[in-house]
Ligand binder design. Structure first.
Ligand SMILES: NC(=O)CCC(=O)C(=O)O
Length: 273
């Protein structure tokens, strides 16, 4: 399967962001992509207090309808890294979903681990001020096999991905708006770790550049194969990158190093509770 990852610089002008998304999807489909993956917060990235104004129903909102029509028009899968989904007057879900070539939603995932961190003198994020966490993992069925959905900060919690791999996932989606500061050291390291330890492809479309004054995203959207090799990587700026997924690599990695079979959770399962 030929996939495309869109690296964006989403800001506060939702109309422009949606126009960009449409153009990127048209470009990717024109270049033969069968699945297009968009980053976290792809339609709106702004101040916490403004987020709920931009939240929508999924699948009954405008953005879903537009993406569903694009998926049908091009006969492709569209993975939406995330948009804001309605919850209450002051809180939204940060929600990812997958649309199939018939325009139907085949899976929806609400970010479980919210980005509440403070690095003294560097940055502070309190995602839970405006977002309510989801409570359910989500696996979707693609023609290339099962795929586990997740969003950005989730990537730091390896149990979620181990669970997906044990449920049969061969692909892990990790769309992101990863900060530049943490990204420099952690982004590639963690993505490759999730790929190697679960012997899965990792597909990580990211935001790039300044989205709000003083808030910068790392970019470096990438696809990692089950052996830990980065097979496609975006450079600085926005744009589309491509990769062909050779799914036989999953079986090759799992046969060569049967670490998923060699687990002995009976000795340590209580430690991760
Ligand atoms: N949007 C996010 O969840 C950001 C996560 C991040 O930057 C990190 O370092 O983790």
């Amino acid at each position: 399967m030929k996939i495309a990852l869109v690296q964006m610089n989403t800001k506060q002008d939702k109309e422009k962001n949606i126009k960009d998304i449409k153009n990127f999807i048209d470009e990717a489909a024109g270049n033969g992509a069968e699945l297009v993956s968009l980053p976290e917060y792809c339609t709106y990235l702004g101040k916490d207090e403004d987020k709920s104004k931009h939240a929508e129903l999924i699948p009954d909102g405008e953005t879903f309808k537009l993406l569903s029509n694009l998926a049908k028009k091009h006969s492709i899968f569209i993975h939406v890294g995330s948009i804001l989904e309605e919850y209450s007057e002051d809180k939204s879900y940060n929600t990812s979903f997958m649309v199939n070539p018939d325009g139907d939603m085949i899976g929806k995932y609400r970010k479980i681990h919210l980005f509440d961190i403070e690095i003294e003198g560097i940055s502070k994020y309190m995602e839970s001020n405006s977002i309510i966490n989801g409570e359910s993992p989500q696996i979707v069925d693609l023609p290339i096999g099962k795929a586990g959905l997740s969003i950005c900060y989730d990537m730091r919690f390896p149990e979620l991905y181990r669970g997906y791999a044990l449920e049969g996932a061969k692909v892990l989606f990790i769309p992101a708006a990863f900060t530049r500061y943490t990204g420099m050291l952690h982004w590639e390291l963690i993505l490759r770790a999730r790929a190697v330890e679960n012997q899965c492809f990792v597909i990580a479309a990211g935001q790039f550049g300044e989205n709000l004054p003083g808030k910068e995203c790392y970019g470096s959207s990438m696809v990692v194969d089950p052996w830990g090799v980065v097979i496609s990587r975006a450079s600085e700026g926005t744009g589309v990158i491509y990769a062909n997924l050779d799914m036989s690599l999953v079986e090759k990695a799992r046969t060569s190093i049967p670490s998923l079979q060699n687990r002995k959770p009976e000795y340590y399962k209580d430690l991760t509770k």
